[in-house]
Write a protein that binds this ligand. Sequence first.
Ligand code: NAD
Length: 262
Amino acid sequence: MENQNLDALTDRVADLIINAKRIVVFTGAGVSTESGIPDFRSPGGIWDRFDPNDFTYQKFISDPKSRRKQWQLLQEGSLTTEAKPNLAHYAIADLDRLGKLDCVITQNIDNLHQKAGVPDNKVFELHGNMQWIVCLSCGRRYPSDQIKARLDKGEEIPDCEACHGMLKPDVVLFGEPLPVKVLDEATSRSCSSDLFIVVGSTLVVYPAAYMPIYATNSGAKLVIINLSPTPMDEKATVLIRAKAGEITPRIIKRVKEKLAVN
Ligand code: NAD
């Protein structure tokens, strides 16, 4: 991947976008690192500081010690609505404005695609969204800011104000099934895409990582924009090893030049 000719690669992806009819953009934690949210697997990422085995759904439910750690991670990591979209999120939203986006399928829980302007009904969140905290007993939902304020004041394991039931972020923890409707829709959009663009994912978390496999098995072309290798690299029509926030705006600019729009 040394000596990539980024101009040539940008040009090729722009052509693929212009010629495609159904473009699915698939994103992972890497699309949000430039917004200041660490990913899991890069050096200095979350798994350098926490043990993933402590973060299962089963432990969350059964073990208060694990629950405390999970709230701590969530408070530090992604239980925030302060993060702002970066240039990659805006470039993906631009693709929609150009009429070239079928949907975004994301593993992220940070709400940044919507904040950048992709309509809600075009974002399929496979792992939920950190905007909400839900009571597992009575179903009451709390905005995460409200719970974060309680954590910041020193509460270690917040409970439901109404029934004192167990609260859980409305996100999919390890060992927890994915939301069926979202998974079904994401699968069908992947299968019917003709261009599938991966941005910032290691493609090792399943079932999310089946999406590019479904897409290529159904004949879609694959573009991968990621800083480190993925198991799908050999299948990529175009593979770009660069920062999402640097390369995606260049691609969109090239598309606009070719289409002669602003
Ligand atoms: P990951 O942490 O496994 O991998 C992220 C990938 O992005 C890495 O391969 C890394 O090389 C690449 N990357 C990092 N910064 C980049 C950049 N600026 N430009 C291009 N590539 C970059 O993430 P994953 O594959 O998405 O899977 C991890 C799981 O973690 C997901 O299930 C997701 O739910 C969760 N997660 C979400 C967030 C978030 O919502 N922002 C943050 C951390 C983890």
